[in-house]
Write a protein that binds this ligand. Structure first.
Ligand code: ZN
Length: 63
């Protein structure tokens, strides 16, 4: 599994993945979002918005 390190631009600390609850296109999701342990700043990568979200939506519809 490939892991990219993302550094908080404010604190210079490595962001950690954290289960985060959020809504997208009228649906609510739990997902691992990179979050700064210091200031709580979150980073949502473009691929999550474009790719993973679609997978999550498909999974929900399959149930
Ligand atoms: Zn920070």
């Amino acid at each position: 599994m490939e892991e990219k390190k993302i550094i908080c631009c404010r604190c210079n600390k490595e962001l950690k993945p954290e289960k985060t609850y959020f809504s997208y296109l009228g649906h609510s999701y739990h997902a691992d979002i990179m979050r700064c342990p210091d200031c709580g700043e979150v980073y949502i990568p473009e691929e999550l918005v474009k790719g993973r979200m679609f997978e999550v939506e498909t999974m929900l519809e399959d149930k």
